[in-house]
Design a protein around this ligand. Structure first.
Ligand SMILES: NC(=O)c1ccc[n+]([C@@H]2O[C@H](COP(=O)([O-])OP(=O)(O)OC[C@H]3O[C@@H](n4cnc5c(N)ncnc54)[C@H](O)[C@@H]3O)[C@@H](O)[C@H]2O)c1
Length: 400
């Protein structure tokens, strides 16, 4: 028998998401006879304790007899139960300084830490994540911001509704003005952005048409791969080469600056990758971008005017093009670019995001847990039995 515990989120600011919804728990109990689920009560999870109870799921403050514990965000070290197997986003694999204490505790408490971020198929493609809902909320927030800035239309905030379905219902009554949008990125975030565009009838156009045409209705173009980067020496794009030597590539976004009203940024970015534009470029006379939804959200990263993460309650700030100063948002002024820089976007639609996550966990990870010996789980195990696994030994100076 495998006993799974869904832990209460304890990080500040607390997260509302959970690994399985009440209905998913009930489904698992009905279809996996060797699995039991127990839920630790929580005062603020997006699904109330009573919703789990209504599905016949056990609620219990004591998770000592569970075999594996599932959370979302980092678990405070005092709450870690020694000797257990935990799954959550530990944010330790890049030696993040703020989680060094957590890494030490995982080792000292003999915990098997399986990080969701490290669960991959054999070709390194990630299995689990919240990127799709980050894309949905990021696209929504970008459009909401443009409506508020221009005064042309109004949308409800995503966190004010219970589901994406309710947002789609609100879209039924919105006729967007003509506007030109660029979306960047090739992963789950970009897929979420495109989902919103589909629901709002925003037309897709080819990059070259986007650059050379004006339209009487809203359009977007999607830039990724060869559409966004080219080698500095021969203008060619090869994905594997780009991943190995990103510093050899230039970014092609610059020519879109004078044709774009909203930029929705969903790329994967690191220091070696060229930025979408340089900070000084916002002073260009032909600069047209009024709103940037920086879903990627690296401070001073691919969007160099991301000057810090914002919050769900206060998601947007302005950046003055004349002196780079930070201003209040939503000013109908072409010198001010509104930047949406929320770094926990999926938490604006926590029920949907949890449901999406749980579906993938049940489909791809639960069978791996039940079969006992799993390469997928082995590859994602950062530490066990008081030491780092071989793959993660590069964390030694951080972990011990
Ligand atoms: N603001 C938020 O709340 C939020 C939430 C989730 C994700 N994000 C961020 O959005 C960005 C995109 O996330 P995603 O879920 O679309 O990612 P993903 O893993 O689904 O896609 C990443 C894409 O980037 C490409 N890529 C390019 N160079 C790469 C490299 N060196 N290593 C790995 N992949 C590389 C991959 O081919 C892949 O298509 C990430 O930076 C992520 O941190 C932000």
């Amino acid at each position: 028998m495998l006993r799974i515990g869904l832990i209460r989120e304890r990080k500040t600011l607390p997260d509302d998401r959970v690994a399985f919804t009440p209905k998913q728990c009930a489904y698992i109990l009905a279809h996996y006879p060797d699995v039991q689920i127990v839920v630790e009560p929580s005062p603020r999870r997006c699904f109330a304790d009573a919703e789990y109870a209504a599905e016949g799921i056990e609620l219990n403050d004591n998770l000592n007899d569970c075999d594996i514990l599932l959370g979302i965000k980092e678990v405070p070290v005092d709450s870690l139960l020694p000797g257990k197997t935990y799954f959550f986003f530990s944010h330790t694999k890049k030696k993040q300084p703020h989680n060094k204490k957590l890494m030490h505790a995982l080792i000292e408490k003999n915990i098997r830490m399986i990080d969701y971020e490290c669960l991959t198929h054999a070709d390194n493609q990630r299995i689990l994540g919240f990127g799709f809902y980050a894309g949905i909320v990021g696209a929504h927030n970008g459009l909401l911001t443009y409506g508020k800035k221009t005064g042309l239309y109004q949308l409800p905030a995503a966190h004010e509704v219970r589901s994406f379905k309710e947002l789609i219902a609100a879209y039924e009554h919105i006729k967007l003005p003509n506007m030109k949008i660029v979306v960047t990125g090739s992963g789950k975030v970009a897929a979420g952005v495109l989902e919103v565009f589909t629901q709002l009838d925003i037309e897709s156009v080819e990059p070259l048409d986007f650059l050379t045409h004006q339209y009487e209705y809203p359009v977007f173009t999607h830039l990724k791969g060869a559409g966004l980067y080219a080698r500095k020496d021969n203008d060619i794009f090869l994905r594997d080469d780009f991943h190995a030597y990103p510093e050899a590539y230039k970014c092609l976004f610059s020519s879109y600056i004078n044709q774009t009203d909203i930029l929705m940024n969903g790329i994967y970015w690191e220091q070696r990758i060229a930025r979408l534009f340089e900070k000084e470029e916002i002073k260009r006379n032909d600069w047209r971008i009024k709103v940037i939804s920086d879903i990627t959200c690296d401070v001073d990263g691919s969007v160099p005017i991301n000057v810090g993460s914002s919050t769900i309650a206060d998601p947007v700030y302005g950046i003055d093009r004349t002196d780079f100063s930070q201003t209040v948002p939503f000013l109908n002024n072409n010198d001010i670019i509104d930047v949406m820089a929320v770094d926990n976007l999926p938490n604006e639609l926590p029920c949907d995001a949890s449901q999406y996550f749980g579906t993938h966990f049940e489909k791809y990870i639960l069978p791996e847990i039940l079969k006992g010996d799993s390469d997928i789980l082995r590859r994602a195990t950062i530490c066990e039995n008081g030491k780092l696994t071989k793959k993660y030994e590069y964390l030694s100076d951080y972990a011990y």
